[in-house]
Ligand binder design. Structure first.
Ligand code: ADP
Ligand code: DP6
Ligand code: CO
Length: 361
């Protein structure tokens, strides 16, 4: 490592939006490598409202890897963080900046330490996929910093080892996580199905029911489901494969009726699996159920559905309106039934559309 002074710091900042699955990933066949029991499909959200911003820095004056999450120091000792760091480090390439007098060889990266500072502009661990945006951003920014020359597919396979859902956040628009067949996970990665411009009529409204941290993390919830639910295995083998084909077709043809039908049915089956788990896991609450009833009633009163709903591992509703007009009507209905007050069932609304990964560093 050649440098004029030991004082240099190299930094990269990246921003990654979260993604919400419309065909859910729930259940692993390999806990360490994070290999799922079924394919999944998601839509990537607008980074203005729901995203992670991560700055990674490297300097010879850092004596250990450290991380801060939302301003508080956070331990990097967990296997998932270590795995992502190791995978990126092993692919690092040399770097030279003559002006700064910095030269790093491929070998140097093994001994250089990083500092990571990450912020989520939305609730962490509350069922809005913070692990997806968080790990995708971590892997993407580290890869930029360490001059890793891998395509998005390979980076998505690394992000997958941080949190499964993260592999889909490397792409804008619609993404599919292909579960893969290999035991080593080499073919388990995400691909883009359509970019953010493909279906730009869609408007996404997130109804924040609670920003509290959930009691059962996605990781332990799905482990308990795999161990105790029969429904999850029926779902993975018999239901999801067909839905994946139908959902890909609906996205390709911008067929909102099929899209809404499949998204709602898949969200409901995922929560049914949670109920079928022993002991049962309740991610949705009464307010979530009332939102479902409100949307179902409205959709049934129209010639075709206006809004699709999906709920991740938490009570917050992700509502996908077919166009701006439907989104405006949806908001009117939500504001009528759930006026946002500090003591109300529904705390706030976030409105946005689909988006792409942004590299701001
Ligand atoms: P969520 O529904 O928000 O994805 P999970 O239980 O799946 O909830 O994951 C939450 C965990 O994800 C956090 O406890 C933390 O370990 C990790 N995480 C969240 N945000 C970030 C981030 N910005 N950078 C790195 N890790 C993060
Ligand atoms: C309900 O990706 O958070 O959001 O892989 O254990 O980190 P780990 O779990 P995570 O699970 C996401 C579950 C889900 C559905 C989905 O995003 O597909
Ligand atoms: Co998560």
């Amino acid at each position: 490592m050649a440098c004029e002074s030991e004082k240099w710091v190299l930094m990269v900042t990246a921003q990654t939006p979260t993604n919400i699955a419309v065909i859910k990933y729930w259940g692993k066949r390999d806990e360490d490598l994070i290999l799922p029991i079924n394919d999944s499909i998601s839509v990537t959200l607008d980074p203005e409202h729901l995203c992670t911003t991560t700055t990674v820095a490297v300097s010879p004056s850092f004596d250990q890897d450290r991380m801060w999450l939302n301003g508080k120091e956070f331990s990097l000792s967990g296997g998932r963080y270590q795995r992502c760091l190791k995978e990126i480090r092993s692919r690092a390439s040399g770097f030279e900046d003559e002006k700064k007098g910095v030269k790093i060889t491929e070998k140097d990266w093994e001994n250089l330490h990083v500092h990571i500072s990450s912020y989520n502009n939305f609730p962490t661990a509350a069922g809005l996929a913070s692990s997806a945006a968080g790990f995708a951003c971590l892997v993407f920014s580290l890869a930029k910093l360490m001059n890793v020359k891998e395509d998005h597919g390979r980076l998505s396979a690394i992000a997958r080892q941080g949190s499964g859902s993260a592999c889909r956040s490397l792409y804008g628009g619609f993404a599919k996580w292909i579960m893969g067949k290999n035991d080593d996970g080499s073919d388990s990665m995400a691909v883009q199905l359509a970019d953010e411009k493909h279906w730009d009529d869609l408007v996404i409204v997130i109804a924040v029911v609670s920003s509290r941290q959930k009691e059962t993390s996605s990781t332990s919830g799905m482990r308990e489901s795999v161990e105790t639910s029969k429904l999850i295995h029926h779902r993975a083998k018999e239901v999801v494969p067909k839905r994946i084909v139908e959902m890909e077709e609906a996205i390709k043809n911008r067929d909102f009726e099929s899209f809404a039908h499949l998204s709602c049915a898949d969200s409901n089956q995922f929560h049914a699996v949670c109920m079928d788990t022993c002991p049962p896991i309740f991610y949705m609450n009464d307010t979530s159920h009332r939102i479902i009833s409100c949307v179902e009633k409205w959709n049934r009163s129209e010639a075709s559905p206006q809004v699709a709903y999906t709920f991740d591992a938490g009570p917050n509703a992700v509502l996908i309106a077919r166009n701006r007009k439907a989104a405006a009507l949806l908001l009117q209905r939500l504001l009528f039934h759930f006026p946002p007050r500090s003591d109300a069932d529904l705390k706030s609304y976030v409105i946005g559309d689909k988006s792409i990964l942004q590299d701001v560093g």
